[in-house]
Design a protein around this ligand. Sequence first.
Ligand SMILES: NC(=O)c1ccc[n+]([C@@H]2O[C@H](COP(=O)([O-])OP(=O)(O)OC[C@H]3O[C@@H](n4cnc5c(N)ncnc54)[C@H](OP(=O)(O)O)[C@@H]3O)[C@@H](O)[C@H]2O)c1
Length: 355
Amino acid sequence: MRAAEGVKKALIVGASGLVGGNLLERLRGDPAWHVTTLSRRPPALHGEGAQHLPVDLLDAAQCRAAAPQLADTTHIFFCARSVEQNYVINVDANRLIVENLLDAMLPTATKLEHVQIIHGMKWYGSNLGPYRTPAKEWHPRLPGRNFYYEQLDALIERQKGARWSWSTLRPHFICGVSIGSPSNPLSTLGAYAAVLRELGEPLHFPGLQGAFDAAMNITDVALLSKAMEWAATEPCCANEAFNIVNGDTFRWRDVWVMLAEHFGMKPGTVRPTNLREYMADKQPVWEHVAKTNGLKFERLEAVADWAFADVMFAGAWEQTASVVKAHQYGFTGMVDTEEMLLRVLGEYRTLKILP
Ligand SMILES: NC(=O)c1ccc[n+]([C@@H]2O[C@H](COP(=O)([O-])OP(=O)(O)OC[C@H]3O[C@@H](n4cnc5c(N)ncnc54)[C@H](OP(=O)(O)O)[C@@H]3O)[C@@H](O)[C@H]2O)c1
């Protein structure tokens, strides 16, 4: 499909994933945008009307072969993340996927205005242990390798002297619907609850007491999509990073009764559980849940990533981020986290992905 003159041409990289798929939903109906998507698999949701390029970003030759079709791109939204088994995030692979795409596209993408990469609180070491909170964009980098640092350095190196600008956004535990992308906080939580309910258990909290009690900020994917469009198109955001979280603080302990009620369960106790081990033999339990509730996916690994969940529930420390910088630059979007949790779990129920 050809775009009309003056229309911005977005390339959503990683559109089969949680962040990219939801940005696709935001932009695809907007006449100001013409959208092309790129990932190995086509988007599972919202793909109608957008051209899709199946490309493995780890393969430089595939990126070069796709480049001629991307020559009129004005905005790159880079939402891909290379994850190996057991939620291992390899630094080299994640730098390479940025480098391969940019090195293939930059010689011919002469209309390029902006490149945005989605990062997250791992920038601040949120997965490693207690860190300075609320995290602010200017806080110094931590020692050691970090895939986000290397991606940004690769981006800045290529931008020197260019007319296009960049931005990065830092959300945390993004809540929204994705299909075929199970490293998703709420689909994993929902599958956990459904398995426990089927086993006649209450909704135990699977992390440490410290994780149950810790103050946290998390991010609604629709809020993130709005912020992505804003940061990519507002001139004042050029070459800046922004924390994007809902703007309120929550603790699992304060929403646990509400979540249990949503699943028709009683709240349980804090019961630290290695979910990868615990769930290893629960496929038949999920299959029964899926059959009796008419759910779309009978394989547990289609909806839940237990290694991801073990990381999510391991954080027995405060994980908050300041949104002052985004507000000062003009993004004032906020979301009520409790309302969001129920809304997104409700969407999963409507889509027959979770009971
Ligand atoms: N999920 C969260 O809660 C969360 C929280 C904070 C920050 N973030 C950050 O947000 C960004 C996006 O995360 P997400 O949750 O949307 O991830 P996701 O759902 O796992 O999606 C990842 C995307 O990357 C694509 N991809 C992976 N390897 C690829 C390759 N070799 N070639 C082409 N495409 C490839 C995948 O598509 P194919 O598999 O089809 O190729 C998929 O579209 C990441 O930087 C992540 O660290 C996520």
